[in-house]
Write a protein that binds this ligand. Structure first.
Ligand code: HEC
Ligand code: HEC
Length: 200
């Protein structure tokens, strides 16, 4: 009798976990897809690409929207409402869904000379200005790491907007980026974001 009860509990909790994962995926397809697309490879620059993004980063950003600590204008206008009613299990399901979608190359064209200058800065930094190599945290191919998000294939326009946000206090979790942005000129931002959009 006791054993059967225990088995029943295990089955129930397994069913619940599956349900939580489904909730993330269903929600992603039905709701998030309106802006980010089903595969997370949005083509509209105002909607960041989520496909292949680091799981931990997605989790942290969804929590930061939900608790309103990430408070740049678009976060406020678009993502606060989206996340307000999500529980932890659903946020985990959403992060799992988008982190496991295949990132596709960004089809938007970039200026080659600009992208080459950006690659140089991305890989080596600029010691004279105090800029560290972006690759040291974001990975050699901008695929992201356990400590920093994927940037490869992301819309240059979105990346530019976020770099400017790092010059404010609107993303308080981004301690490293708030220091790094002080070392970048507008021309650096243009170059590095063109490069990142073009990375496959
Ligand atoms: C109505 C359009 C819209 C919908 C629907 C939407 N988003 Fe967003 N999302 C945005 C915009 C715009 C941004 C950029 C916010 C900014 O610039 O700070 C964003 C940003 C994000 C980010 C941060 C990406 C990064 O690189 O930092 C994540 C994660 C995210 N959304 C996940 C989701 C999930 C999960 C859902 C579904 C529950 C969802 N979004 C639904 C418009 C939307
Ligand atoms: C010391 C590690 C580190 C270095 C070096 C670094 N970054 Fe970051 N970067 C981060 C972290 C961590 C985040 C996530 C911040 C957060 O949680 O809000 C981030 C976020 C970003 C974002 C926002 C991405 C998004 O989806 O919203 C951009 C853009 C970015 N970094 C560009 C750069 C560029 C360009 C360089 C080189 C000039 C660089 N980073 C160097 C750690 C780093």
């Amino acid at each position: 009798m006791k054993i059967r009860f225990a088995l029943c509990l295990i089955a129930l909790s397994a069913a619940w976990q599956t349900h939580a994962a489904d909730t993330g995926e269903d929600l992603a397809r039905q709701w998030c897809a309106n802006c980010h697309t089903v595969s997370g490879n949005s083509t509209q620059p105002m909607f960041p690409r989520l496909a292949g993004q680091q799981y931990d980063y997605l989790l942290q950003q969804l929590q930061a929207f939900r608790n309103k600590s990430r408070h740049d204008r678009a976060a406020h206008d678009y993502m606060w409402g989206m996340t307000a009613a999500l529980d932890d299990a659903t946020i985990e399901g959403l992060a799992r869904y988008f982190s496991t979608q295949k990132p596709e190359p960004n089809p938007a064209p970039v200026d080659d000379a600009l992208a080459n200058a950006g690659k140089q800065l991305y890989q080596n930094g600029n010691p004279a200005a105090g800029t560290p190599a972006c690759a040291s945290c974001h990975g050699a191919n901008a695929e992201g790491t356990a400590i920093a998000p994927r940037l490869a294939g992301q819309h240059a326009e979105y990346l530019t907007k976020q770099l400017h946000v790092f010059g404010t206090n609107q993303r308080p979790a981004a301690v490293a980026m708030q220091e790094i942005i002080k070392t970048l000129k507008e021309s650096d931002i243009q170059a590095v974001t063109a490069y990142l959009q073009s990375v496959r």
